[in-house]
Design a binder for this molecule. Structure first.
Ligand code: FAD
Length: 480
């Protein structure tokens, strides 16, 4: 195949990559990811669902306002308005792809409520198994789409640049073989960075490897200090990637408590347990330090656990906790990256031929803090927008001349990786200050030559130090 006829390469088999690949039809697409059946995607783990103002009493303007308030108005307001207006149509599109959302006896969509939303507008599927249902539906479509060629056992390790334009990728397959592939354009849909922190709700592969590739290619990054911490992951001693305890449980009446059983959020915020995630996450972290731990009491819940919360029930039981009879120990955990590769509304990065979409990208829609359940929505809508815009890319123009490869570089050795995760958690977790950030930067600087993860962490710490005021999820205890 000539380079002019090369496929568009989409890296990532989560909701953003799948939506992009489907929307590219009829252009040939090569979809690359690391694991089969979406087992390494954050998308498949999503519990709460997908936000959309579908109720008559609700409106896309109200959804947009809640998004802007959650994002501390650091958002791109035009992107927010676009996303919220398109949300009901995204639900319709997902249903057309075979995703069955939960409905009541009258056939109406069941709507949940999560922190920061002033209306019930979270559409869900399979109770708290929404992400699994959505990715299963999209995966089936993609597997039957003739324009998509799928490889699910490869790690993309380098990008090829020719005349300043990205026109290929180098991958390592599961048998340790290297392959170089031509690309008409490359779309990174590689997810977030939660796994760089000691405690996370993300899968282990969400370590920012796509972000590191974009950095190596010289792409501009944006807002990378903004990381959302979820207040309620299951607190497993020594655990790194922790099961999430969905906020929908608090929406259904579960309450946070400290060790002796006192309400954790009483008097702290008008919305108490459903206050914005950063507020609750900081209180949970504080209770872990000083009040005998943080617990979620869901024992009095008037819900059918098997139908409404099968994922949480199974995760708790697997760790010897029956949430119907016992309080659930919880911890704050790195959950969502608002920052990422700086892109425009069509996913274009600052490097020609390189695009980004989903959690790895930053188009400004989430501002300084993401509103709950807006990210699956972003993955679907922005994925489709990027795919549709790339489908119009002329086939003929390809850059000429010599090429060179830019890669992430060496991996940090396991012991240093674990130390880096602790370092980031302590210095750039739910609470940050200049002294902690400066000291972490010094340690990190010494590790930079040993692995790309330390280089990425160095960038995040630098951005967090430079932003010397609290904003959204970035909380500076020394300058609030
Ligand atoms: C536990 C949990 C619950 C959540 N609940 C919700 C929710 O209810 N509602 C909501 O809106 N959002 C939720 N989120 C956030 C949301 O799930 C994610 O933001 C979103 O799914 C990210 O989608 P993505 O396609 O960008 O990335 P992912 O779904 O993470 O997919 C990343 C893909 O990139 C591939 N990849 C990465 N690096 C490479 C590489 N170097 N080479 C090859 N392939 C690579 C991976 O294999 C994977 O296929 C939740 C997140 C978590 C972790």
């Amino acid at each position: 195949m000539t380079r002019a006829g090369a496929p568009i390469i989409v890296v990532g088999g989560g909701v953003a990559g799948l939506a992009t690949a489907l929307a590219l039809a009829p252009r040939p697409v090569r979809l690359l990811c690391r694991a089969n059946q979406g087992s390494d995607t954050a998308s498949a783990l999503a519990q709460g669902g997908i936000a959309a103002a579908v109720d008559r009493a609700d409106s896309s303007d109200a959804h947009a306002l809640d998004t802007l308030v959650a994002g501390a108005r650091h958002n791109d307001a035009a992107m927010v308005r676009w996303l919220c207006r398109q949300a009901p149509a995204a639900i319709g599109w997902l249903e057309a792809q075979g995703v069955g959302f939960d409905r009541d006896a009258a056939g109406r969509l069941q709507l949940g409520r999560e922190g920061g939303h002033r209306a019930s507008r979270i559409v869900h599927a399979g109770g708290d198994a929404s992400g699994a249902a959505i990715t299963r539906g999209l995966r089936r479509r993609a597997q039957h789409a003739w324009h998509i060629q799928w490889r699910s056992d490869v790690d993309v390790q380098a990008l090829r640049l020719r005349g300043g334009t990205v026109d290929g990728v180098r991958v390592l397959d599961s048998r340790g073989r290297r392959h170089d592939m031509d690309a008409r354009a490359v779309v990174l849909a590689t997810g977030g960075i939660g796994a760089l922190f000691a405690r996370t709700s993300n899968p282990a592969g969400a370590n920012g490897s796509g972000l590191a590739l974009a950095m190596a290619a010289g792409a501009r990054l944006r807002d990378i200090e903004f990381v959302q911490f979820h207040p309620t992951a299951l607190d497993i001693a020594g655990g790194h990637c922790l099961p999430l305890i969905t906020e929908a449980l608090r929406g259904a009446g579960a309450r946070l408590q400290d060790g002796p059983g006192r309400p954790l959020m009483a008097g702290l915020h008008p919305l108490e347990d459903l206050a914005p995630r950063d507020v609750v996450a900081r209180r949970v972290a504080q209770a872990q330090r000083t009040d005998g731990g943080a617990w979620l009491d869901a024992r009095d819940l008037d819900s059918d656990w098997e139908r409404c919360f099968p994922t949480v029930l199974a995760a708790c039981l697997a760790h010897g906790i029956d949430p119907r009879r016992q309080r659930i120990p919880v911890t704050a955990a790195a959950h969502f990256h608002m920052g990422g590769v700086a892109v425009d509304a069509d996913g274009r990065s600052s490097v020609a031929g390189l695009y980004a979409v989903g959690e790895v990208a930053c188009n400004g829609v989430h501002g300084a803090n993401r509103l709950a359940s807006n990210s699956l929505l972003e993955g679907v809508l922005c994925g489709r927008r990027v795919g549709e815009s790339l489908a119009r890319l002329p086939r003929s123009t390809v850059p000429a001349g010599a090429h060179h490869w830019v890669g992430r570089g060496a991996e940090l050795p396991p012991a240093e990786s674990a130390a880096l995760r602790d370092l980031l958690w302590q210095a750039a977790g739910p609470e940050r200050d200049a002294a902690g950030l400066k000291s972490a930067l010094q340690t990190c600087a010494a590790w930079r030559k040993d692995g790309w993860q330390a280089q990425l962490a160095h960038c995040l710490l630098t951005a967090a130090l430079q932003r010397d005021r609290s904003l959204g999820a970035h909380y500076r205890t020394d300058a609030t």
